[in-house]
Design a protein around this ligand. Structure first.
Ligand SMILES: Nc1ncnc2c1ncn2[C@@H]1O[C@H](COP(=O)(O)OP(=O)(O)OP(=O)(O)O)[C@@H](O)[C@H]1O
Length: 361
């Protein structure tokens, strides 16, 4: 096992004018599970591939353990990669696929056999060891790809969207298997996905990337509860955080024609972006007037779409709750997020004492 240290790392592809990844600093602790998450094109695969040695590092340093690996061949980095397309050899059996990397490294035969048997047991692949990959389901193939990484006993696992070819149900169960396996083995892991739910459920810490740069690093719930920017607020959490245009005037917050007393304790005046999670809003007869447009029934939850003074808002309610076309909503203490409208950055709400909304006018 080992830590991974990424210092001041940037990537400019040959012929490109802009950087795909810019000044990344990230330390993955020994045994930690880090998930890189962000929209398509934000640079997550590029960063992972630089750690793996599949892309040159344009600037900066990558260390695996104590060793700088910038110039070290992928095969000599003591890492194992799991890809979305499994990358299995079609003409080899499951057993041979799993043993291949060890055989190449001249590992003694008895050692190979015991490691393959152990991985097959952990991943419940015992009955399939003599089959070819084409005779396996997608989920089984992905487990073989995992098994191949596990038998190597590497310093770190690198995962590049390993579950994106699987159907939704299988993704959920494989996600659990990956987490269980990683906990059991304690192997340092760097995992790339664009799926925020997968990221939330797998990560010890999440790294949210946007346009080649880190927007925020933190434990999933830390990021959920205190998003550092409107970008993070709208990317992490389902449904995405409601973002409304507002204006601070003294201790009050104006949203359209609605004025709220928030006991704001800030010297800031002027436009702000107001963030509220759908699940934090509560019906309250003294709250914001809310006009319902339509309702989505999700079984465990009911998503109510509507408008507050012409601005769209989603409310998540218990399905037993009665809905009328005109409602009023409030937000409990501490759950109004404020962001700078120009930069999208969070305005620290430590400075506010009480945020229970009450409509004044
Ligand atoms: N070989 C390449 N040559 C030039 N530009 C590239 C190359 N590979 C990726 N890029 C560019 O670098 C940026 C980051 O790409 P990258 O594949 O790392 O993003 P990503 O976040 O993994 O996206 P996705 O989820 O779609 O795979 C993109 O703008 C992409 O077009």
């Amino acid at each position: 096992m080992a830590s991974i240290d990424i210092a001041e790392v940037s990537k400019t592809y040959a012929g490109a004018t802009a950087r795909s990844v810019s000044d990344i600093n990230l330390s993955v602790r020994d045994g930690e599970f880090i998930v890189l998450v962000g929209p398509s094109g934000c640079g997550k695969s590029t960063l992972l591939r630089m750690v793996a040695g599949l892309e040159d590092i344009s600037q900066g340093t990558v260390r695996i353990g104590e060793r700088v690996v910038n110039k070290v061949e992928p095969a000599d980095r003591d890492i194992a990669m799991v890809f979305q397309n499994y990358a299995l050899y079609p003409h080899m059996s499951v057993r041979e696929n799993m043993a291949y990397g060890l055989r190449n490294r001249k590992t003694p035969k008895a050692e190979i056999e015991s490691r393959v048997a152990e991985a097959a047991r952990m991943l419940e692949l015992g009955p399939y060891l003599d089959r070819k990959p084409r005779a396996l389901s997608g989920g089984q193939r992905q487990r073989v790809a995992m098994g191949r990484a596990v038998v190597r006993q590497p310093a770190a696992f690198l995962f590049d969207e390993p579950l994106s070819n699987l159907d939704a149900k299988l993704r959920v169960s494989m996600r659990g298997e990956i987490r269980r396996l990683q906990k059991r083995l304690g192997t340092t892991s760097l995992y790339v996905t664009h799926d925020q739910l997968e990221a939330m459920t797998l990560a010890d810490r999440l790294v949210v990337l946007n346009a080649g740069q880190i927007e925020q690093v933190g434990a999933p719930l830390e990021i959920y509860h205190r998003p550092a920017s409107t970008f993070v607020a709208s990317f992490i959490g389902s449904p995405a955080m409601n973002l409304l245009d507002g204006e601070i005037q003294g201790s009050q917050l104006q949203i359209g024609s609605v004025q709220l007393e928030l006991n704001l304790n800030t010297s800031r005046n002027g436009p702000v972006t107001v963030g509220v999670r759908a699940e934090d809003l509560q019906p309250d007869r003294l709250g914001l007037p809310f006009r319902v447009d339509f309702v989505e029934e999700l079984g465990a939850q009911r998503l109510v779409h509507g408008q507050v003074d012409g601005q769209q808002l989603v409310l998540a309610l218990d399905p037993r709750f009665e809905i009328s076309t005109e409602m009023r909503l409030s937000v409990p203490r501490g759950q109004v997020h404020l962001f700078d409208t120009a930069t999208g950055r969070r305005i620290d709400n430590e400075e506010r004492s009480d945020v229970r909304a009450a409509v004044l006018a």
